[in-house]
Design a protein around this ligand. Structure first.
Ligand code: 4NP
Length: 179
């Protein structure tokens, strides 16, 4: 299912990494599970800046790690991020700083989504990347899960307080004038 437009009242959140087969689908799964447990109706999706894995399921190590935490992400399929995502989603979270820079370049002039680095929401982790586990040992996927799950909890907490104040989750990153 494609999540709703940013004009819907339901908060919509997109996670973006490089391949959309490791970190961002794990983040999507973690937030889906946390939101379901909290009884919150959110539109959640993930995408990659790259096109190598379009249509493929998450990496088997990502699926196995999420399953160990009770979350099934095996049905997700990779897609590439599009400029229209900046119109469709309220919040776009980059998993690392390279993803953030790529997204800032892709943002269209009328794209209103808040764009930020995922770990900026986690106290003590601002400015840090969720490291790419793709080329590393299996243990890297457990670390990824811990990081994206902590961020998922922070997103829910911020959404709760932003609903009170009407504030965005975080100040949007604006594109460079001559991007
Ligand atoms: P992800 O990991 O960005 O967390 O999905 C990667 C997956 C595949 C590749 C790079 C990173 N790749 O180069 O194919």
């Amino acid at each position: 299912m494609r999540p709703g437009m940013a004009t819907e009242s339901k908060p919509s959140i997109l996670f973006v990494c490089l391949g959309n087969i490791c970190r961002s689908p794990m983040a999507e799964g973690a937030l889906r599970a946390r939101a379901r447990a909290a009884g919150l109706d959110l539109a959640i999706d993930s995408a990659g800046t790259g096109d190598w894995h379009i249509g493929r399921p998450p990496d088997p190590r990502a699926i196995a790690t999420a399953l160990r935490h009770g979350v099934d992400i095996g049905g997700l399929r990779a897609r590439q991020v599009e400029a229209s995502d900046f119109r469709r989603f309220h919040h776009i979270f980059a998993l690392d700083q390279a993803n953030l820079a790529d997204l800032a370049r892709l943002r269209p002039a009328d794209g209103k989504a808040d764009l930020s680095l995922l770990l900026d929401l986690v106290p003590g982790r601002a400015g840090l990347d969720v490291a790419d586990p793709y080329y590393g040992a299996d243990s890297g996927f457990e670390r990824t899960w811990a990081e994206v799950d902590e961020a998922a909890r922070a997103i829910l907490a911020k959404l709760a307080s932003a609903a009170d104040t009407g504030a965005p989750l975080r100040a949007p990153v604006r594109p460079p004038i001559f991007g």
